[in-house]
Design a protein around this ligand. Structure first.
Ligand code: GLA
Length: 381
């Protein structure tokens, strides 16, 4: 007797396998936390990292989902006679630092390069990949940002995939789950293969700067990359500059709105021990963060662009859609047509920055958007 298995069974099995894979990934949703580079750069010390951990654990960020405390470049000393990587005098004992971060209920991240030197000229992992991965695991590292930098001196760029895979395999071998963050500025269309070499996230561009034009060029420039993001593997348009002082309030609102619509990693890059209530409120808005972390794991896409006015949308797991209305120029009314979102008839609209239901609208919704600003709404039938 032949048993016929309905096609829907295989479909269910496929979905179950995909979701199990996403759950075992160390980055099922875009990673959230803090990274030392944007504010401290090479001046960073272990004390700054402890300060960031203390702040995150006590200012509401931990509860909002900011979990990773990541040291960027400039922590390394040289190697000892056995080739073991040493921290420099600004850091001292890396295991003690990781233990401290863990004691706050947070996770600890570190940085290296596949080249002989990091971008700031510190010791990289070239020819020490397994040894370094082992050291990181022993210290209790949970996240590695692996930055190409001087690797061009020792590898042709055509080998970039193998080079990243090598470190991924070394991390795997340790048995410790470690988020693997590829940083090679989007070269060689990394979004097409980053996942295959074990990347949980990959930078899609060069470095962000704390200026509106830099942030906007990078953020709005992500249009088209949405098919490549999903649970466990994310496009990374670089870390947040909110709170670093180079942009106005509305510009930082645009930064956070856009990054959340992009399902981007949310790594604060400011000095968390000195943050204004306005900037803190931008980093902590739970309804906005929920757009970034939504379990549908979809990256938002550009719906329309007309001169300086843009509309972006991100479908959410509950069937609603997050919609960003942006002006890259002056103050303007910005309109979204509901039919562009797949909705007809009367549609509910809620302002996520203001935590306010705005009512029901037919056909379209228009918001007054400030210069370089953004309005973020959730719409549903
Ligand atoms: C590169 C990276 C930055 C930062 C610096 C550190 O420029 O893109 O994010 O890590 O190196 O030197």
């Amino acid at each position: 007797m032949r048993i016929r298995i309905p096609a829907s069974f295989f479909m269910l099995l496929f979905v179950a396998i995909l979701s199990a894979q996403a759950q075992t990934s160390p980055a099922p949703t875009p990673p959230m936390g803090w990274n030392s580079w944007n504010h401290f750069a090479c001046k960073v010390t272990a004390a700054d990292v402890r300060g960031a951990a203390n702040a995150i654990a006590s200012n509401g960020m931990k509860e909002a989902g900011y979990i990773y405390v990541n040291v960027d470049d400039c922590w390394q000393g040289g190697r000892d006679e056995q080739g073991r990587i040493q921290p420099n005098k600004n850091f001292g004992d890396m295991k003690a630092l990781a233990d401290y971060v863990h004691s706050k209920g947070l996770k600890f991240g570190i940085y290296s390069s596949p080249g002989p030197e990091t971008c700031a000229g510190f010791t990289g992992s070239y020819q020490h990949e397994e040894q370094d991965a082992k050291a990181y695991a022993e210290w209790g590292v949970d996240y590695l940002k692996y930055d190409w930098c001087s690797a061009s001196q020792v590898y042709p760029v055509s080998q970039i995939r193998e080079v990243y895979k090598k470190m991924h395999d070394a991390l795997q071998k340790t048995g410790r789950p470690i988020v693997f963050s590829l940083c090679q500025y989007g070269w060689d269309l990394v979004w097409r293969w980053g996942k295959d070499v074990g990347g949980n996230l990959w930078r899609t561009t060069g470095d962000i700067q704390d200026r509106y034009d830099s942030m906007a060029t990078i953020g709005f420039g992500q249009a088209g990359l949405e098919p490549f993001a999903g649970a466990g593997h994310w496009n990374d348009p670089d870390m947040l500059e909110i709170g670093n002082g180079g942009m106005r309030h509305d510009e930082y609102i645009t930064h956070m709105t856009l990054w959340c619509l992009l399902a981007a990693p949310l790594l604060a890059g400011n000095d968390l021990t000195r943050v204004t209530p306005e900037d803190q409120a931008i980093l902590l808005n739970k309804e906005v963060i929920a757009v970034d972390q939504d379990p549908k794991s979809a990256q938002g896409h550009r719906v329309s662009a007309e001169g300086p006015l843009e509309v972006w949308a991100k479908p959410l797991a509950d069937g609603s859609v997050a919609v960003g209305l942006f002006s890259r120029g002056g103050a303007f009314p910005v309109k979204v047509n509901f039919k562009d979102l797949g909705f007809t008839g009367s549609v509910h609209v809620r302002d996520l920055w203001l935590h306010k239901d705005l009512g029901s609208f037919e056909g379209e919704f228009t918001a007054q958007v400030p210069r370089h600003g953004a309005v973020l709404v959730r719409v549903w039938k």
